[in-house]
Ligand binder design. Structure first.
Ligand SMILES: Nc1ncnc2c1ncn2[C@@H]1O[C@H](COP(=O)(O)OP(=O)(O)O)[C@@H](O)[C@H]1O
Ligand SMILES: [Mg+2]
Length: 256
């Protein structure tokens, strides 16, 4: 049995007088690709912020790599919807920057060598010298993924990282992310509101409800990768089920 690397135990969160989580519980296993799927505003980003200690835990317990979030920052790296690159640094320089902020005693040459390796891993071996303004949206997001991996986190938190990209780029990056995940063995917590994206990527999908948010359903996705939803009866069935649940969530009146 895989070790549990992340857990929410009866976590309660109120923001702006609104109950977001009322005793939300779930866990991720080490090495797992976990997708958190849910309607807009249900608290997907909030759950990542709690893991990353960007928001204090008000009730219940969040454990990250065996520690409280405030002690676990070394175990985590983030990839956001926008790549958040520094425009005056090259792709290589941006990946190095992530390491400079975390490894204060690592030699510059070692950081650059590692950054170059990671840019190659994300398919940018020949673009290391380019500035963000010279890269496409998909390439910039690849740099952000390399920057996250550069600090050698145990867990990568990804908040709708491909949602701003065009469909073809999105599809390609999903496939690449799976290859990277398989090669690195990282635990990935991937937030999305895209059912097909979750089905293509995840070992397990948590479907969250509207606020106050709970886990409405947990689906294990065992279809082999790479996945073609249209070609698999199992995946088509799971897609239909998720669509159905999602439609019902969107039709629910907003919580008072
Ligand atoms: N700093 C904040 N203050 C007040 N309300 C917030 C704050 N951050 C998020 N919220 C509210 O919490 C809910 C969940 O937000 P979020 O986690 O961003 O949703 P999601 O990522 O699932 O779309 C939303 O209703 C949002 O308006
Ligand atoms: Mg969000």
């Amino acid at each position: 049995m895989a070790r549990q690397i992340l857990s929410f135990e009866r976590v309660s969160t109120r923001l702006g007088g609104d109950t977001i989580f009322d005793e939300l519980s779930f866990a991720a296993d080490e090495g797992e690709f976990l997708c958190i799927l849910g309607p807009s505003g249900c608290g997907k980003s909030t759950s990542l912020r709690l893991m990353g200690d960007l928001l204090p835990v008000q009730g219940g317990r969040v454990t990250v790599d065996g520690k409280a979030p405030a002690e676990a920052w070394r175990s985590l790296a983030y990839v956001f919807q926008s790549p958040r690159l520094v425009p005056w640094r090259t792709a290589l320089g941006n990946v190095v920057l992530g390491m400079e902020l975390r490894f204060d005693r690592m030699a510059k040459a070692a950081m650059e060598a590692r950054a170059a390796e990671l840019l190659a891993l994300v398919g940018l071996a020949r673009d290391a010298h380019k500035y963000p303004g010279m890269l496409s949206g998909g390439e910039r997001q690849r740099v952000a993924i390399a920057r996250a991996l550069a600090v050698d986190p145990r867990i990568v938190l990804m908040d709708e990282p491909f949602s701003a990209l065009d469909l073809n780029t999105r599809r390609r990056l999903r496939a690449e992310l799976i290859a990277i995940w398989q090669r690195t063995g990282k635990t990935i917590v991937f937030v999305t509101h895209d059912i097909e994206e979750a089905l293509v990527l995840a070992d397990r999908i948590l479907l969250l409800s509207n606020k106050p948010t709970r886990v409405l359903e947990t689906l294990s996705i065992t279809a082999p990768r790479p996945r073609d939803i249209a070609a698999s009866d199992d995946l088509r069935g799971q897609r239909a089920r998720l669509h159905d649940l999602f439609t019902r969530l969107e039709a629910e009146p907003a919580a008072a």
